[in-house]
Design a protein around this ligand. Structure first.
Ligand SMILES: Nc1ncnc2c1ncn2[C@@H]1O[C@H](COP(=O)(O)OP(=O)(O)OP(=O)(O)O)[C@@H](O)[C@H]1O
Length: 398
């Protein structure tokens, strides 16, 4: 299990991560979502001991990464697929990692097979495509047959077949009881891959819940209702009738109404009673992408001037307040730190910097594993051989 408790990271005046607490449990794929610059990579780096938290802790199996015995056998990560010596072949790269971590050389060919790079294993990695580089990175992460895996944007640059392969691999790894924590910008992909989500915005926790609950909590099923475009008074009449009946009707950018709080038959009856003709009355269930955009619309740092979110409804109270104080979302999976998050309410611009807390492990160590390439993993990944106890622990190997 991965656990973050009160994790905070400041870079000078910039607060990249603030008071983040969550758990990533084994046996499921947990997606890590957040807009650009929201602190996902920083969080992953802190979990992997590559960055020292300003305050708070990040542990794996109860220990900080750097104090894990034989960390490369327990934790595998893909942070930056380009973190490979381009002059080395894929096999040589993996062999050097294996040797530094006391992993038997035969494991290299096993993971090359798992990621589908066996035919190009002798080629220098600088000639690899983005997707091949991703596969090599995934191979590095799998090398130690770890129980805990972190992947930062693993499908970056992959073609549809590669994306499907990564999806199957993540699910398979989780089904083997491993802890799989994966960040992605691709919501549709995350909806198909992850069962659980941790969503952050501007470094703070916005949600910690199942994909299903996230969608229903943030999409609040609604009806799309359309009245004749040329008769705006019909729309106004219906809006008033819906309001009197206890529903909410808000205009959509295309002129339709988004109605919540009333079932479809009731809306139909109200329209009939008000003598309003309907051109459309349809149920709507939001996608993960839509739910995500609603949840994070207040937490986006970088936004185009023609942002399609402009037309989205306000986030309901208690979902993503300006200060991102806490989840407070119906159906949310219990987060043991919810109380803490709810109490934080740091407001715009984050709270004043807390006194820096020395990190016991000093400077970052390189751990970034490169990426993979390959066919769908038909068979479970072969286990690595037992650890060779004669090899000294080299946790900084990666
Ligand atoms: N070494 C650093 N020095 C200063 N600021 C940093 C550093 N690393 C990250 N940041 C800042 O911290 C914030 C969070 O960055 P981070 O890369 O963790 O976000 P992210 O969610 O991974 O973004 P993306 O989805 O775009 O990769 C950003 O504003 C970023 O500019």
């Amino acid at each position: 299990m991965i656990e973050a408790v009160g994790l905070t990271k400041r870079y000078g005046a910039k607060t990249a991560v603030y008071n983040l607490s969550f758990q990533v449990r084994p046996g499921t794929v947990t997606g890590f979502l957040g807009p650009n610059g929201s602190g996902k990579s920083t969080t992953m780096r802190m979990i992997l001991g590559l960055d020292a938290p300003t305050s708070g802790t990040a542990t794996i199996a109860g220990r900080p990464f750097r104090s894990l015995p034989n960390a490369p056998r327990q934790v595998g990560a893909l942070l930056d697929a380009k973190a490979v010596h381009g002059g080395r072949s894929a096999r040589a790269h993996l062999l050097s990692l294996a040797q530094l971590s006391g992993i038997p050389a035969r494991r290299v060919d096993e993971v090359l097979g798992v990621v589908g790079l066996q035919d190009v294993a002798g080629r220098r990695s600088k000639g690899f495509s983005l997707g091949m580089g991703q596969r090599l990175g995934i191979a590095s992460a799998l090398l130690g047959d770890p129980q805990v895996l972190l992947f930062d944007e693993p499908v970056n640059g992959l073609d549809p077949e590669g994306i499907l392969w990564v999806r199957n691999l993540m699910k398979q790894l989780a089904s083997e009881g491993r802890t799989v924590f994966v960040s992605s910008h691709l919501m549709s992909e995350m909806a198909l891959t992850a069962e659980h989500l941790i969503v952050i915005g501007r470094g703070q926790l916005l949600a910690d819940m199942s994909v299903k609950d996230f969608i229903s909590a943030n999409s609040a099923d609604f009806a799309r209702v359309r009245t004749p475009d040329s008769e705006p008074e019909q729309r106004e009449k219906l809006t008033a009738a819906i309001g009197e009946a206890g529903g909410q009707a808000t205009p959509e950018p295309d002129g339709a109404l988004r109605v919540t709080g009333l079932p479809l038959p009731r809306i139909s009856d109200l329209a009939h009673e008000a003598d309003v003709r309907l051109w459309e009355l349809s149920p709507h269930q939001a996608s993960l992408e839509e739910a995500y955009m609603r949840m994070t619309q207040g937490a986006v740092d970088y936004r185009s001037t023609s942002d399609p979110r402009a037309g989205l409804q306000e986030v309901p109270a208690g979902y993503a307040p300006p200060g991102y104080g806490g989840p407070g979302v119906p159906g949310q999976m219990p987060n043991p730190y919810a109380q803490q998050a709810a109490g934080a309410v740091p407001g715009p611009g984050y709270p004043p910097p807390a006194p820096a807390q020395g990190h016991p492990y000093g400077a970052p160590a390189p751990y970034a594993a490169p990426h993979p390439y390959g066919q769908p993993p038909a068979a479970p990944m072969p286990p690595a051989a037992p650890v060779d106890q004669t090899v000294p622990h080299t946790e900084d190997a990666r």
